[in-house]
Design a protein around this ligand. Structure first.
Ligand code: SF4
Length: 201
């Protein structure tokens, strides 16, 4: 069975792709064998936009505060499809939309992606991971190499012109206090929020 939409607390999560332009050392996708045994979020194939839209009718949307594009993969790997589903959600359910992303979409497509989030996305949460470009590369193994870090920060800076709430996140216990202070400074310089989230969100 394919899990396209799933509930976490009071939010409804959208899982459209398992593809990613990173290969993070800590990625949950690496445990996919284990997860397949337990009704996993691993998709045997990517659902079509039509299938994703149809899934929403199975849920009582009044129960959810936010619709979150996330899943085990990078949602922007299906950029156009994702935008279409976002429009569908806005039109039909008027819910706030959040996207959890690695912030590498503009590098991926070699074009300016943030303007496409205007009037679609209410919150962008971007994984900062570390204040250090080399460490960022070692952690994410992103396909853009050392340029990845700067590209992600550029994305964060620009997207705040189009999206009301932009948050950069790191994971609790993975950084020293000094590194966390550096991350906070980076966020202040960019004019975005900083959040230290719990492991395995
Ligand atoms: S960016 Fe997210 S989905 Fe992609 S490899 Fe890293 S943790 Fe996994």
């Amino acid at each position: 069975m394919m899990t396209i939409l799933y509930e976490v607390h009071k939010n409804l999560y959208v899982n459209m792709t398992n593809r990613c332009n990173c290969a993070c050392t800590f990625c949950l996708r690496k445990t996919k064998d284990h997860m397949e045994e337990s009704n996993s979020l691993w998709l045997d194939r990517e659902p079509t936009v039509k299938e994703v839209k149809a899934e929403f009718s199975k849920f009582d949307m009044d129960n959810y505060e936010e619709v979150v594009f996330c899943g085990f993969g990078e949602p922007t790997m299906r950029l156009e499809d994702m935008l279409e589903v976002m429009d569908f959600v806005k039109e039909n359910y008027h819910k706030p939309i959040r996207i959890n992303t690695n912030g590498l979409a503009s590098l991926q497509y070699q074009k300016d992606v943030p303007p496409l989030f205007k009037n679609r996305v209410d919150t962008v949460s971007i994984s900062l991971n570390t204040p250090n470009p080399e460490k960022y590369y070692l952690l994410t193994k992103n396909r853009f190499g050392l340029e990845g870090f700067e590209g992600m920060l550029e994305f964060a800076k620009e997207v705040k012109n189009y999206v009301p709430n932009v948050v950069l996140t790191t994971v609790d216990t993975t950084l020293t206090k000094e590194e966390e202070a550096q991350c906070r400074q980076i966020c202040e310089n960019l004019g975005v929020n900083y959040r230290i989230r719990e492991w395995e969100e």
